[in-house]
Design a protein around this ligand. Structure first.
Ligand code: SF4
Length: 385
C-alpha cells in the first residue's frame, strides 16, 4: 500500500534556520483557496493516471509548513477530499504536524474527531532561550499546552520533534531537554541536529560571526546523549534521527526509507509513483516550491510537476540502499534484487568497498550501517550515490 503526503505551505513566521517551502504570515483568503487547489491536483492525477485512483493508501501525512495554521475546518475538508478520491485503509495512520502556539485544545480535539489519529508536535526545545535563538514563535508554556491538548484529544500516537546543536546550546541544556521530553511519555521522538540552510538568518549570523554553533565533537556527544537517554527510557532508535516506543514507528516515514510509493500533493511536495516490481522502477515527481506556480499549473489543467524523473535500475538500487540504511533494520539486498534485478556494477563495487572498510555490516541477508557511524551517516552513504 502507498502513502499520501499533503504539504501545507503556511507558517506564522519563518524560523531562523528553515528553508522548507512555506508562506509566512499569509492571509485568510490564500488559506481559503488552498484546499480547492489540492483537490484540483488530485483530480488531475486521477484523470491522467486512472490506475492511481484505485491504489490503496495506508498512511496519510499532512506536513509543512505548519498544517495547523490552515485550521481544522480546512484540514478536515482536505482529509475528506483525499478519502473521496483514493481508497484509504480503515486502519490507516493519519498524521498531522502541529506547532505549539498555532492550535487550541478545541481545534486539536476536532482534528482527532475528524479522523487524524497521529500528531507530531514541533517542540524543538523546552528552553525559552533556545526557542528564541531558533526564531520559533512559541513559548515553553505553548509546548506544554499543545502536548496536553493532544493527549486529552486521544490521539493514538503523539510525537515530539526536538533540535540539538543550537546556537550557544550547552550539552547540559540538551540533556535537560531530553530528560524533560521523556517525562511527557511521547510515543515518538525525532531528534535532528540543527543545520541552518544558506540564506537563512541563522546561517547569515554565523557567517558574520554574531553567533556560533557548538563544535562538531559537542554535537556528536549530543547525538550520543539522545541515544542514551531515549533508548534508556524504552525507545527504539529505529532510524538515524527517530526513536519510537515499540509499534509506534511512523509508518508514513518508513515508506520513504523502504522506497514504497507515495503521492506528494501541494507546493514543493515530492512523490514516488509506480515503484513496483521491475521496470519501470518508479517515477519521482516534484511540485514547484511556489504557491503561485503550483496554482498556475493547475489553472492551466496541467499536473503541477516541476520535475519528473524516471528511475533507472541503478537509481532504484542506490535509493533503496541510501534510504534503507538509515534504518536500524538495514536492507535486504536479496529483496531489492528480487524486485529490481541484480545490482549494476558500480553499485555492487561501492557496497563491497564499504563492507571491506567496515563502514557497512553484512549479516546473513542484511546490510546495516554500524551504529558508530550513524552520526556521520551522510558521509558514508554518499559513497553510494
Ligand atoms: S514552523 Fe517549521 S516549516 Fe515553518 S518556518 Fe518554522 S521550521 Fe520552517
Amino acid at each position: 500500500m502507498r502513502g499520501i503526503y499533503v504539504h501545507v505551505p503556511f507558517c506564522v513566521r519563518k524560523c531562523g534556520y528553515c528553508d522548507f517551502y512555506s508562506v509566512a504570515g499569509g492571509g485568510e483568503e490564500e488559506r481559503d483557496r488552498f484546499p480547492a487547489l489540492v483537490e484540483r491536483e488530485m483530480d488531475r492525477i486521477v484523470r491522467s493516471y486512472p490506475g492511481e485512483a484505485v491504489v490503496p493508501a495506508d498512511t496519510v501525512y499532512f506536513g509543512g509548513g505548519t498544517p495547523t495554521v490552515l485550521g481544522p475546518d480546512r484540514l478536515l475538508r482536505l482529509l475528506r477530499s483525499v478519502r473521496a478520491r483514493f481508497p484509504v485503509a480503515e486502519d490507516a495512520e493519519i498524521s498531522v504536524e502541529a506547532n505549539p502556539g498555532t492550535v487550541t485544545g478545541e481545534e486539536i480535539a476536532g482534528l482527532r474527531e475528524g479522523g487524524f489519529n497521529r500528531v507530531s508536535i514541533g517542540v524543538q526545545s523546552f528552553r525559552k532561550e533556545t526557542l528564541s535563538a531558533l526564531g520559533r514563535i512559541h513559548s515553553v508554556e505553548d509546548v506544554r499546552a499543545a502536548y496536553r491538548y493532544a493527549r486529552k484529544a486521544g490521539f493514538s500516537s503523539v510525537g515530539i520533534d526536538l533540535i540539538f546543536g543550537n546556537p550557544g546550546q550547552a550539552e547540559e541544556e540538551w540533556r535537560a531537554d531530553l530528560d524533560l521530553a521523556v517525562t511527557f511519555l511521547p510515543d515518538h521522538v525525532s531528534a535532528y541536529a540543527l543545520s541552518p540552510e544558506p540564506g537563512t538568518p541563522i546561517h547569515g549570523a554565523i557567517d558574520r560571526g554574531e553567533t556560533a554553533l557548538p563544535d562538531d565533537d559537542a554535537v556528536a556527544r549530543m547525538y550520543a546523549d539522545a541515544r542514551e537517554i531515549l533508548t534508556g527510557a524504552g525507545y527504539r532508535h529505529y532510524e538515524i534521527s527517530n526513536f519510537a516506543r515499540p509499534g509506534k514507528e511512523c509508518r508514513h516515514n518508513l515508506k520513504y526509507w523502504r522506497r514504497e510509493g507515495y503521492l506528494g500533493l501541494g507546493p514543493s511536495a515530492h512523490g514516488l509513483l509506480f515503484p513496483g516490481e521491475g521496470a519501470p522502477y518508479g517515477l519521482r515527481t516534484a511540485n514547484p516550491p511556489s504557491l503561485s506556480d503550483y496554482a498556475l499549473a493547475l489553472g492551466e489543467e496541467r499536473l503541477p510537476w516541476g520535475s519528473v524523473h524516471t528511475c533507472s535500475r541503478e537509481d532504484t538500487w542506490k535509493e533503496s540502499l541510501i534510504f534503507g540504511l538509515r534504518m536500524s533494520e538495514g536492507v535486504s539486498p536479496a529483496s531489492i534484487e528480487k524486485k529490481n534485478g541484480p545490482p549494476p556494477e558500480p553499485v555492487r563495487g561501492a557496497v563491497e568497498k564499504l563492507i571491506g572498510s567496515g563502514l557497512l555490516l553484512q549479516s546473513e541477508d542484511r546490510l546495516q550501517l554500524p551504529e558508530r557511524y550513524w552520526f556521520v551517516s551522510n558521509e558514508v552513504l554518499q559513497r553510494l550515490a
